[in-house]
Design a protein around this ligand. Structure first.
Ligand code: IPD
Ligand code: CA
Ligand code: CA
Ligand code: CA
Length: 255
């Protein structure tokens, strides 16, 4: 059952990616949301609408939470909830035309079931979950190596690092190096693929829903910076994802 869902959603995400690539041949309409660094484009909205239409047609009883406003605002996590970030890294999409991704996380009764993170321009697609296994393109991924903070690269949200929020710079100093990608999904992808040891940021559910569904089956720990478990219907929170319990403990202790 989950395997079938996996293949169906995978094909939708690839189709969404093709449409996004095609859209880059024409000019993009950019709007400002809460501030000049909080952008949305006509392509974010069109991609969300495309994915929501597919979900509603195939699974009419499911709940949907989308970043760009298409949401039936579920009050509880009961049943199946889809959390969509149609374009994660919108600023990269606008300014670089790459380093962005499409993300979907599927939860059942609050438990992460499947995640999809598609780096459209680099053609790197991680998808899967606990019952199906996690894949990078066609390769099944093994659990991520247990790397300590001192031996790995730490990903961070740029503003959080620049302003040293919650001692982010101190954590960075403990790590081998710091990377700021400007795209939560690509940070998760890097951690999942063992290229980066952890990620510390300020995230909304659509920024981490796919990532946690993909990370946890590979032995990664995901939680709020406070150590509190995440809740998919919460608002924006300081969030960490780490490769190992040791690494996460180190980050929590440093804070
Ligand atoms: C943002 C990006 C960014 C992260 C922000 C997110 P968006 O998502 O993932 O890297 O630092 O917290 O809001 O708005 O581009 O989908
Ligand atoms: Ca946004
Ligand atoms: Ca996002
Ligand atoms: Ca987005």
């Amino acid at each position: 059952m989950e395997q079938e869902l996996l293949l169906t959603v995978k094909s939708w995400v690839i189709e969404a990616g093709e449409q996004i690539k095609e859209s880059l041949k024409s000019s993009i309409e950019v709007d400002i949301k809460s501030n000049r660094r909080d952008l949305v484009t006509n392509i974010d909205k069109a991609t969300e609408a495309f994915l929501v239409d597919k979900i509603k047609a195939a699974y009419p009883n499911d709940h949907i939470v989308g970043e760009e406003g298409i949401s039936d605002k579920p009050e509880t996590v009961a049943g199946r909830v889809w959390v969509i970030d149609p374009i994660d890294g919108t600023m990269n999409f606008v300014l670089q035309q790459r380093n962005f991704c499409v993300m979907i996380g599927i939860f059942e009764d609050g438990e992460p079931k499947l995640g999809f993170i598609y780096d459209v321009m680099a053609n790197r697609f991680v998808y899967g979950g606990k019952s199906t296994g996690v894949y990078l393109n066609d390769t099944k991924l093994a659990p991520v190596e247990n790397t300590s903070l001192a031996d790995g690269l730490m990903g961070s949200n740029g503003s959080m690092f620049a302003h040293d929020v919650h001692g982010t710079q101190k954590v960075g100093n403990e790590a081998m190096g710091v990377r700021i990608l400007g795209c939560a999904g690509l940070d998760f992808l890097s951690v999942i693929c063992g290229e980066q040891c952890g990620y510390i940021s300020n995230l909304a559910p659509w920024d981490y829903a796919a990532g946690v569904a993909l990370s946890e089956p590979l032995g990664l720990k995901c939680s709020y910076l406070s150590g509190k478990p995440y809740h998919i219907l919460d608002g924006r929170e300081y969030f960490i994802v780490a490769t190992t319990q040791t690494y996460q403990d180190a980050m929590v202790i440093l804070n």
